[in-house]
Design a protein around this ligand. Sequence first.
Ligand SMILES: [Zn+2]
Length: 151
Amino acid sequence: MGKGRKGKGRHAMGPENGKWVGDAISYVGVHSWIKRTLGEPRMCQECGRTRQPKGMKKSYFEWANVSGKYLRVVGDWKRLCAKCHRIMDRHLVLGRKKSSRNTSGYKGVSWEKDRKKWGASVERNGKHIRLGRFATKEEAAQAVAKYRLTE
Ligand SMILES: [Zn+2]
């Protein structure tokens, strides 16, 4: 019996803590994750509304999932009022049917064939602003979302 047991036990963890628990995440779990990460939504990124309608007890603003995949990616979430949320959900269902391979499912994210990267861009005052290229569509979507949060 050659090798003795290594008596090391637990050693200080390295950069392991950035890991997500995995994809087997419940709908509720990912909703509370986004709230922990970015807080409660207090405005609508679609219509710009910030006020809660009078007499409404439950929060009028919600975190809406952009891709319908409920990813633990900041760029996959959007603050919406209940009304815009319903409209967006309807679009999502319609949009999914005709999604092609070139589209990411995220607004502002598209595949750049020649560069083999996901390009992120936003529209501002009618102008097209490029935010860069990314290896994954999630990263590109995150760049778009970050940009929108600063608006
Ligand atoms: Zn709205």
